[in-house]
Design a protein around this ligand. Structure first.
Ligand code: SAM
Length: 287
């Protein structure tokens, strides 16, 4: 197996194919072999797992996943990588590469078609310019057991944040609604070529089989969350009144009182059970 993380191997390989990194496609390739190995180990992938990898690049994580998984389906946008991947991962019979934009795929249909009888998981060193849309698509697909990704460290901290902290955001609630996150390890910028400006981190999200709260209307739940974070420094009633104009200020205050929350409560201190309560109360009034 070619060690694609070895810079003495990678540079001539890229040069042989006249490949230049595309900043626009978020191309920062791993040059520290412990990183893809540790990601694959922590992703919980085994021979009973079907893994969707996003952005194989020249294949360091793909190799590690192929060594462990029942099947790997890797989606890569950049066609220029075709001859390189043929050299670096061509030997794996459990690998299928799709040359496509992951954001244009019907992920549940793909998982059903490719991973029949396997435990579906997703694993990637994500292109950072589309971290949130990809993670949202993976979680909303509701078909993976586990999603393990490398992202910017600050995004990882945001995903795993607790209520009331500076990192807690609408995206935190979105991710934690679907899954339980665990921060795994940091990856310094010098582990990539070219070096990104930020530190990265690997996070795993174990998708919830059951959600321990009752949400009457998922659409209103996420609207409530967005409205609650939209005016961070203001009272929750202001945010809700602006996110749900039908309620008005008075209606928003009534909703908060009906939930038994303090009238001065701030959205960023509420956990998912409280947002569920709030959104159910709003749903009742919008009927
Ligand atoms: N996995 C490789 C590694 O760890 O060295 C490459 C990771 S690099 C951060 C991100 C990869 O995602 C690049 O190969 C890039 O071409 C690919 N990519 C960017 N946008 C994509 C998209 N919309 N769909 C699929 N792949 C994409």
């Amino acid at each position: 197996m070619i060690n694609v993380c070895d810079i003495q191997v990678m540079k001539p390989l890229l040069a042989e194919h006249g490949f230049h990194f595309s900043k626009a496609k978020g191309q920062n390739f791993l040059i520290a072999s412990w990183v893809p190995e540790q990601i694959a180990l922590d992703s919980g992938v085994d021979e009973n797992t079907g893994v969707l990898e996003i952005g194989p690049g020249i294949g360091p994580l793909t190799q590690q996943l192929c060594l462990r998984a029942g099947k790997v389906c890797a989606v890569e946008l950049d066609n220029r990588l075709k001859p390189i991947l043929a050299q670096t991962v061509g030997e794996f019979e459990n690998l299928e590469i799709l040359w496509d934009d992951v954001l244009k795929l019907d992920i549940p249909a793909l998982v059903k078609e490719k991973f029949d009888g396997l435990r579906p998981a997703a694993c990637a060193n994500l292109p950072y310019y589309i971290t949130s849309p990809i993670l949202s698509a993976l979680l909303e697909a509701e078909c993976f057991d586990q999603v393990t990704v490398m992202v910017q460290k600050e995004v990882a901290q945001r995903i795993a944040a607790a209520p009331g902290t500076a990192d807690y955001s609408a995206f935190t609630v979105f991710c934690q609604y679907y899954a339980e996150p665990e921060l795994l390890f940091d990856v310094p910028a010098h582990c990539f070529l070219p070096q990104p400006k930020v530190t990265s981190a690997v996070i795993t999200l174990r998708v919830r089989k059951e959600r321990p709260w009752n949400v009457e209307d998922q659409n209103i739940f996420f609207r409530t969350v967005r409205a609650s974070f939209a005016m961070r420094r203001k009272k929750l009633s202001n945010g809700l009144a602006s996110g749900f104009p039908q309620l008005g200020k008075e209606g928003a205050a009534e909703v908060i009182a009906a939930c038994g929350f303090d009238e001065n409560v701030r959205g960023e201190t509420l956990g998912i059970p409280e947002f569920a309560k709030l959104s159910n109360e709003i749903a009742k009034r919008l009927k």
